[in-house]
Write a protein that binds this ligand. Structure first.
Ligand code: BG6
Length: 495
């Protein structure tokens, strides 16, 4: 069933996010007949554009960034009939009247009250002001019909996130607020719930009795990509760990929800965040490693070190790599380390989660059969490979009993073909139009996640790092390997 009639306002209409992600996603929803029967999209911004110029820019974005290649200009023209550019200076309160006027006009034309969505695809410092002006509009008081979507970063630290939540709560109900974490829209991430809770065979062993450690990697091969203005104020912990990685950790560690009601699922996730053992300042160096890349060679091309990047402070302390060992103090996970890591300019692009199992309780095989013995592992590859693999021991064919670790692999592309998989933003935008907040962050989740990373962030800000400490095209600082090998484990580097 398609969502109800909708008018969608995108603040930052001519910005990068809209061109790369939002419009390609909306256009794909249109092609797949998921857009409402009646919809209208207004890109808002200060730069003047005619609708034609705006459409040309959007088509360019769709051509470059959509998952579907071969963009049909005529078909796009059909979609573009629903899209306009609305010149709006966000600093000028009077301009916001244009929003009310447009909603009224569409309501009149369609003969029904539409849902109204405000998507704030703007720099974080503009969010409070725009939200405040929106909060004053009469139409915002239509609690059931009006929604606001806020992008990451949600706050800069615990305090600012808390303040932003309080500000939003003074104008909108929690049900109206959609805080995006695009990782939650990824097919492979949603499938963690299916794997765990639609099967009887995994959940019984999904706990400290059978699992020895868990690790989550989000490795990127890209560097700063010209985002110094944002990234140098942020760094890997804020950019990736506070949100994406902790959300993955919640998906792996949460208890089974009773239903897929948005609040029920989010209650279970926030329980995990609240159970993460707080890290004491004096322990940060024992459980967390930061890194920053120096100069090097990536894909045959010389690259400058982070501190030499344009727009980055000469002695920048910003980390482009972070690894942390967490513990979750609850019945299911007591004593089990959760190692997480993320970094820019690493050897391979790979986001994956690996659960390593304990040894079999008794080993009757002769010692010489087990030279290549490796523990059981279940690995969920989120991207770019999309698969789930289980490693187990098998007898190598022959007259001796020799055990080998082998993999049983479920591969998405083979099973379904990749073209059918919607992108994260498609799923999330459709959810907003449908009013389903399950895959969005609730206020308490965002704050709990900030609480988890704050002691590390503060300690790192207050101490001098030994940067640069890793070369591009490597697996990050050596200390990050020690963090896990000292405990007798190893990072899973998929090849
Ligand atoms: C964003 C970060 O949230 O996620 C980027 O700001 C990062 O620094 C990106 O590159 C990674 O997203 P994905 O979907 O490419 O893994």
């Amino acid at each position: 069933k398609r969502p109800a009639s909708t008018v969608l306002f995108i603040f930052g209409g001519s910005g990068d996010l809209n061109l790369r992600k939002l419009t390609p996603a909306l256009y794909n929803l249109f092609l797949d007949q998921w857009m409402p029967e009646k919809f209208h999209i207004a890109g808002l911004g200060r730069t003047p554009y005619t609708d034609d110029n705006f459409h040309t820019r959007l088509l360019d974005g769709v051509t470059k960034f959509s998952r579907r290649k071969d963009v049909d200009a005529a078909k796009f023209g059909e979609f573009a009939q629903h899209v306009q550019y609305l010149h709006l200076d966000a600093e000028n309160e009077a301009d916001f009247q244009k929003i009310t006027d447009l909603v009224k006009a569409k309501g009149g034309e369609w003969g029904e009250e539409p849902n109204v969505i405000f998507y704030l695809a703007v720099a974080p410092q503009l969010v409070p002001d725009i939200a405040t002006k929106l909060g004053k509009l009469t139409l915002t008081k239509e609690k059931a019909n009006t929604r606001i979507v806020v992008e990451k970063p949600f706050g800069h630290d615990f305090k600012s996130a808390h303040e932003l939540n309080a500000l939003l709560a003074s104008m909108f109900t929690e049900e109206q607020i959609y805080r995006i974490d695009h990782y939650l829209g990824k097919e492979t991430v949603q499938n963690i719930l299916a794997l765990r809770f639609a099967n009887a065979m995994f959940e019984p062993v999904w706990n400290r009795n059978y699992i020895e450690s868990v690790q989550i990697t989000a490795a990127e091969t890209v560097g700063l990509e010209g985002r110094a203005g944002y990234y140098d104020q942020s760094g890997a912990l804020r950019d990736m760990v506070q949100n994406h990685i902790l959300q993955l950790l919640c998906m792996v560690a949460m208890e089974a929800p009773v239903s897929f009601d948005a609040n029920e699922v989010r209650n279970k996730k926030v329980d995990v965040l609240n159970a993460i053992r707080p890290i004491k300042t004096e322990d940060v160096d024992k459980v967390a490693v930061r890194g920053q890349y120096g100069p090097g060679v990536v894909k045959g091309k010389e690259v400058v070190g982070y501190r030499e990047e344009k727009g980055v402070a000469e002695k920048s302390k910003t980390m482009t790599y972070a690894a942390v060992k967490f513990f979750i103090d609850n019945w299911r996970w007591q004593g089990i380390p959760f190692y997480v890591r993320t970094g820019k300019f690493l050897k391979q692009k790979s986001t994956n989660i690996t659960l390593t199992f304990r040894e079999a309780p008794h080993f009757a095989f002769p010692p010489e059969s087990t030279k290549t013995w490796r523990p059981n592992q279940l690995t969920i590859s989120i991207q770019p490979e999309m698969d789930i693999r289980i490693r187990f021991q098998s007898k190598r064919p022959g007259q001796t009993m020799t055990l080998d670790p082998v993999n049983m692999i479920f591969n998405y592309d083979e099973a379904y073909g990749r073209d059918d998989a919607p992108e994260a933003y498609e799923t999330l935008l459709l959810d907003v139009m449908e009013g389903d907040a399950t895959l969005f962050m609730r206020a308490d989740q965002v704050e709990a996640a900030w609480k988890v990373v704050m002691p590390i962030q503060e300690h790192w800000e207050n101490t001098e790092p030994d940067f640069p400490n890793y070369t591009p095209d490597s697996w990050g600082p050596e200390a990050a390997d020690k963090l896990i090998t000292n405990d007798g484990h190893a990072w899973t580097n998929l090849s």
